[in-house]
Design a protein around this ligand. Structure first.
Ligand SMILES: [Ca+2]
Length: 186
C-alpha cells in the first residue's frame, strides 16, 4: 500500500509539472549570427538551440508558463550582428502531445514588427506573418486586444522576420494564455 500511495503522489507531481509552456524561438537568418538572452518576466528562461551545435547561438529559445488567463509577459535579447531574425510563435511540446497557446498584442521595441495584434487577416494567416503547419489559426472573437488573436503549437506556427541591429537591445512584450486544445503526433 505504501508503494501504491507513493506512486499516486508521484503521478500527481508529474501532472503539475506538465502545465503548458509557451515558446518563442528567435532564429538568425545569418548562420554566423548570435543572440544573447537578457532576461524576462518572472519564470521566463532563454536558452541556446543545442541541436544546432556550432550554430547553437543563432537560435534563442524562450520558454515560460501559459496560464488559463491572459497574462502579459516580456523578454529581451541582444543580437551580435546586424541581420534578420525570425520571431516564431509556438508552444512547447509535451511528449507526443502538441498543446496550443494563444497570443495577442505582440509589441517589439528595438526592431519593427508588423501587425502584432493580428487585426488584419487574409486567410490562412495574419498580414505580415507566415505560417508553418495548417492547424495554427486566427480567432476573431473574445480577443484581449482588438478583435483577433492567434493559436499556435510547436508544429503549427506563425512567424515573422524582423531586422535587428548589432548590440541593440530588442524587447518583446505580448499577451499569452493556454489555448486548451492539443494535437498529437504519431
Ligand atoms: Ca488583437
Amino acid at each position: 500500500m505504501k508503494f501504491l500511495l507513493g506512486f499516486v503522489l508521484g503521478m500527481s507531481g508529474i501532472m503539475v509539472a506538465s502545465a503548458v509552456n509557451f515558446r518563442i524561438d528567435l532564429q538568425c537568418k545569418d548562420a554566423t549570427g548570435g543572440l544573447v538572452f537578457k532576461g524576462g518576466s518572472e519564470g521566463i528562461s532563454g536558452g541556446k538551440a543545442g541541436w544546432l551545435k556550432d550554430k547553437a547561438e543563432t537560435r534563442l529559445i524562450v520558454l515560460g508558463k501559459a496560464s488559463e488567463q491572459w497574462q502579459e509577459k516580456s523578454f529581451q535579447f541582444v543580437p551580435k550582428k546586424d541581420g534578420e531574425v525570425s520571431v516564431q510563435l509556438m508552444a512547447d511540446p509535451v511528449g507526443k502531445k502538441r498543446p496550443f497557446v494563444a497570443y495577442d498584442n505582440i509589441r517589439v521595441e528595438g526592431a519593427v514588427l508588423a501587425n502584432g495584434g493580428f487585426e488584419t487577416y487574409q486567410p490562412p494567416r495574419p498580414n505580415g506573418w507566415w505560417n508553418m503547419g495548417e492547424n495554427c489559426r486566427v480567432v476573431g472573437e473574445n480577443a484581449p486586444e482588438g478583435k483577433n488573436y492567434v493559436e499556435v503549437s510547436h508544429n503549427d506556427r506563425f512567424f515573422q522576420h524582423i531586422k535587428c541591429k548589432a548590440g541593440e537591445l530588442v524587447t518583446v512584450t505580448f499577451l499569452v494564455r493556454d489555448a486548451k486544445r492539443e494535437t498529437e503526433v504519431k
